[in-house]
Design a binder for this molecule. Sequence first.
Ligand code: NAD
Length: 426
Amino acid sequence: MAAREDFPGRYQFFDVVQTYVDDAAELSGLPTYLRRILPAPQNEILVHFPVRMDDQEVRVFKGYRIQHNNILGPYKGGLRCHPQAGLDDFKALASLMTWKCSLIGVPFGGAKGGIKYDPTQHSPAENERIMRRFIHSLGTNIGPDTDIPAPDVGTGEQTMAWAMDTYVNTQGRNGNQANRGVVTGKPVCVGGTPGRTKATGQGVVHCILDWAERNAFELEGKKLMVQGFGNVGSHTAVLLGQMGVSLVAVGDHTGYLYNPEGFNAYRLQEYVRKQGSISGYPNGDVITREEFFAVSADIFVPAALENQVGQEEARALKVRLVAEGANGPCTPEGEKVLADRSIEVLPDVLANAGGVTVSYYEWVQNRRSETWSLSDVERRLESQMRQGSKLMYDLAHRYGCSYRLACYVAALERLKVVYETRGIFP
Ligand code: NAD
């Protein structure tokens, strides 16, 4: 896949996503003016900000916020803290949010951002100061009516609480409770919603269930492998475990583990919560990344980072289904190998849309000062994920295309109607 001359070897994630958009635009006959408008992010915000470390040294950090498109509603998307994160990834991830929100029918636009650093190498106090200073640097570029961040890799509920508190204290009058809607994925006690923490994993599970029903595939007794055991991966494994699906192989940034008898996903989740990774978990054999991809199983959920399933991994996989919990885990070349081997792929734009869907419910509750019950959130999420799935299968059938392209066609068609109705200013 394209590695640019100026950065040899680097995976060009934005180009990959753009190729899907181009293919879907061709398939659905998208007007030329929209093919010109939609690729470019509307705003690319870069900030550098100083933070005092625990040892009193001052370090300067680099932060990003890419606002891709807001024709459907306020910009929306996660904050990623990772040492390898860069402009290209954030542009790709921001545009993915636009297609995801459009596909699933959430009235938000697409954005993504974060900080180029490794939070695991810092104390909680340093991480707090770094996040607060980043949110302060973004100033009025974010807000409950303009751009609403959420958790992603390297961030979570606690980070969102700090982000919200910083915004509420620095923008407008302190105590304006509606300002809590500036971020989603907050702890419930400070304006979060029941069901948000597991929402992305829950959405992945709804997609797998829907697929299983359509393919007369009995889930009970099947084997699962998961790469990335953070928020998305662990909740997916726990929820599938409750349906009798056995987690036989798991991996994260520290390595990979195998247990043919199946891990107790809930206990492993508790272990990771305390220890920070799967490293040292006693009930499995350590295996290599290569051995992980060659494990015999039924379902693979990549839930770590992009660019994980290339041709080699796709040739090694022995599963029937890949459900993309992560954004962009399969490369186009890897996906082609999977298709040739009749391994189906439930694409990220649909499969992990449960997170932004429940984020929307949280935002609505903040605006209305309401608190919904967990069962209410779960019922709405299931209905919205099922509608998204149906749209994907219908369009894949109509256009004779992959599930991924069907999702992009659905997203572009909704955007087209809105652009045509609103017109181009002035
Ligand atoms: P997280 O930080 O909670 O977990 C990330 C996991 O990936 C960790 O287990 C980490 O160890 C692992 N990992 C990191 N680098 C790795 C590597 N090189 N090899 C193997 N494992 C590695 O993050 P998350 O929120 O669960 O996000 C995971 C993916 O899901 C990302 O692609 C993210 O964009 C996507 N996503 C997240 C949400 C959400 O609500 N959190 C929503 C939609 C999509």
